[in-house]
Design a protein around this ligand. Sequence first.
Ligand SMILES: Nc1ncnc2c1ncn2[C@@H]1O[C@H](COP(=O)(O)OP(=O)(O)OP(=O)(O)O)[C@@H](O)[C@H]1O
Ligand SMILES: [Mg+2]
Length: 443
Amino acid sequence: MAHLYISHSAVDLDPLLKLHEALRRAGISAWYPPSPEAAANTALVREKMDEAFAVAVLVSADAMRSAEVQRDIELAVSRGVKLVPIRLDKARPHGVVKHHLAPLMKHHMDDPQAVTALIEDLRSLYRRRCPVLAVMNLKGGVGKTTLTAQIFGAYQAEHGSRVLLVDLDPQYNLTQLFFDMVEADARAERDQSVISLFERSMIHATGEVSPASDWTRLSREPFNLPDLSVLTHPLLGADGPPGRLDLITGQFEISKYAFATDAPALAAIKANFLGQVEALRSQYDLIVFDTNPNATFLTQCALEAVDRVVAPMHPDIYSLRGVRLLNQVIREQVAADLAPDLSVMFNGVQRREQSVFEADARNGIFDARAGFELSKALIGTAIPRSNHLVVSPPEEDMPQWRQFVVHHGRGGGLRPIRDSLNLVASELAALAAKHTGEGRAAA
Ligand SMILES: Nc1ncnc2c1ncn2[C@@H]1O[C@H](COP(=O)(O)OP(=O)(O)OP(=O)(O)O)[C@@H](O)[C@H]1O
Ligand SMILES: [Mg+2]
């Protein structure tokens, strides 16, 4: 479970204990370095910050002079963690505090009412459950994997937030965009991969047999969310762009569930998966699944976990059929109170097609054939067909974040592609924001 990270100077111990006590009464867990040595240990601080739902900074004259507090603020900004400053005195903000925290200063520790308001704010951040999206279409090759990477790479760059991509497709093409096969398979061999969301594995318990090793065995054992640094892989790396864009890598072995017939075991495995996604929701700002093109147990799991399905489609009647089937599966296979919303976006549109098929779709001509109001579900911007979006395998020694088109620089005709990725990302951000909060599991 995520905690509040508290950054403070070594002399501000009384307000620290006061805040800690108020948090304890509110049932919010907190973490702060237990000793000066721990405070100086940047690797530990970084790990604890990555697990935090927010960083509270006790702002005082001493704190503004503290190298550790300044480092904490800069680290939180670079890791995309929300900052909540709390003033302890009247010292005028300067330096890093002024730069990053001045616009956020609204809490003061001396005023009991302000402390109550602060705890309320922290409580709602603590309970916040980030939106979960699936990029899905029951038609293959429409750009699901490409757009999962490129749109949400753009989303992360634009919104500086913490995004988790999950490769739920047994073809694991999303993983192969960032890893060569040998590296990807090595992660899977250690269970540092998607199967660990479904079954208890070697990363949950020492001596555990890998669930990938035996396709006939389905483990119903419950397990807790492991250390994120073991389960997820940071695509932006330590020297990449700020924020977090992590990947849970995929593997072929999750195909085993398609062959299984033990319904109670599958139900337990689905519950494990839903529980793990739920636990991950407090540690990211957005979670996105790339999914397989055929309807399987994995599709069912994804549909029950997500708030919204984003379906890429080509501007042709075959894709229209795929979207029609997808809508049908959502309506028929998922309980009404769990059914995710559906957004559709055009991908690979060429100018000529854009003027005809796309315009017709936007005008509602295909709504009846789609079996739902496709015209209302369409994202306003189409992603054009472009060589910049053609998948290329990772190059040796190239940082993984370079695979994101938004980080390719500006020249070479990239601008229209970046613009369309950014527009789609912004529209999806607005739609995703509707799903933030108490959400479906609480309902
Ligand atoms: N907008 C685009 N412009 C040019 N090429 C594209 C575009 N979108 C996708 N592609 C290319 O189309 C091919 C299929 O894309 P992708 O693998 O993303 O589809 P998919 O829906 O994930 O496929 P699958 O159903 O097999 O998982 C890839 O070679 C990719 O590079
Ligand atoms: Mg794919």
